[in-house]
Design a binder for this molecule. Structure first.
Ligand code: ADP
Length: 228
């Protein structure tokens, strides 16, 4: 049975960092929709050209495009051990589509982790965030290196991390993505992590909560099968 995790949380919560780490440590497929779209922009594909203007002003790419991208990846064989989703679902429509895909896959429960960080801390983090212009890696927030420690590329600010766009992204998060948390909140596999701590502390707390939620998910499924 697969270990299937969604990392939820506002921009700047650190969900991308944790998603990358968790997927690496557990041998899971990481799917970051933001990275996929930035890649599409670099390659100047049709999806990339359509997404660019929307992303630069902090809006969302349409549900049908995002659902098709994620569905295609989740049904690949390398998603069989499970996955970590970062940046999806961002709307209730996307969450409903993901439930349908999960039913079709029939490969373990869906664990939802909400990484919570106060808004003023998010604004502060996004103002100083730098990413590598070549490989997209986030800079260590405590290091001041001008080049990427992984590939030597130049560190730059993401075009959607300037202050006006950040405020718009936080608004879009409240309007479109907060309802997704309510969609999941009552499930036995929903967990909340305090993201306003050092990354290692967040990681420890998260790992314990995910293992606990996975056990709850298995018990839930076994219960449902008994009543069939
Ligand atoms: P953040 O750090 O704000 O969470 P991401 O890298 O996840 O940023 O995403 C950047 C941008 O890509 C979003 O502001 C949005 O325009 C677009 N995007 C990413 N995922 C989705 C999605 N699931 N649905 C719609 N738009 C998306």
């Amino acid at each position: 049975m697969g270990l299937n995790v969604i990392m939820m949380g506002p921009p700047g919560a650190g969900k991308g960092t944790q998603a990358t780490r968790f997927a690496r440590e557990r041998g899971l497929l990481k799917i970051s929709t933001g990275d996929i779209l930035r890649e599409a922009i670099k390659e100047q594909s049709a999806v990339g050209s359509a997404a660019r203007a929307l992303m630069d002003r902090g809006g969302l790419v349409d549900d049908a495009t995002m659902i098709a991208i994620v569905c295609e990846r989740l049904l690949r064989p390398d998603a069989h051990a499970g996955f970590v989703l970062d940046g999806f679902p961002r709307t209730v429509g996307q969450a409903r589509a993901l439930d349908r895909i999960m039913e079709e896959r029939d490969n373990g429960p869906l664990i939802v982790v909400d990484v919570v960080v106060p808004e003023e801390e998010l604004v502060r983090r996004l103002a100083i965030r730098r990413i590598c212009s070549a490989c997209g890696t986030n800079a260590d927030p405590f290091g001041a290196s001008a080049v990427c420690t992984k590939c030597g590329g130049a560190m730059v600010q993401r075009t959607d991390d300037n202050s006006a766009v950040v405020l718009e992204r936080l608004k879009v998060y409240q309007r479109a993505t907060r309802p997704v948390l309510e969609y999941y909140r009552e499930r036995p596999t929903f967990r909340v992590v305090n993201g306003a701590q050092a990354p290692q502390r967040v990681a420890q707390e998260m790992d314990t909560l995910i293992d606990d939620a996975a056990a709850a998910g298995v018990a839930m499924k076994a219960g449902a099968e008994r009543t069939l």
